[in-house]
Design a protein. Structure first.
Length: 128
């Protein structure tokens, strides 16, 4: 799939990230080594998660997203995120894993991490 289609699909999902940010994350993920793991902390409704899922497919990577689904009044449930992924023929598979919980209180053993992404309101922190 070409980049503009991926970004358009991601931007159809409600979220706070701007198109330029989604594009940057998608391009960054495409540069990761094949077979690596992407970790997203906080997926909200799945906008960046969608772009990262397409990059994970292309890079034969794994994608892990950790979120306290429904912890705030305007956040969404795990089911809503799953439905947003399914709209784009992306669902939990052997390469996409959604984990419900607080990433600070629920350490997860994840091997071969090539890209960490933490969504902080109006800021995106990327560690590579």
């Amino acid at each position: 799939m070409i980049e503009r289609e991926v970004i358009a699909k991601a931007m159809d999902i409600p979220g706070a990230t701007f198109p330029i940010e989604v594009t940057y994350l998608y391009r960054l993920a495409l540069q990761a080594p094949r077979g690596t793991t992407f970790v997203e902390l906080g997926s909200y409704k799945g906008r960046t998660l969608t772009a990262l899922a397409y990059a994970a497919q292309e890079r034969q990577a794994k994608l892990v997203s950790i979120d306290n689904y429904g912890y705030e009044e305007d956040s969404c449930s795990l089911l809503e995120v799953q439905q947003n992924l399914a709209k784009n023929d992306l669902g939990e598979t052997d390469y996409i894993r959604l984990i419900e919980g607080d990433s600070r209180q629920r350490p997860v053993e994840i091997a071969n991490v090539g890209l960490w992404i933490a969504a902080i309101p109006r800021h995106i922190l990327m560690l590579r």
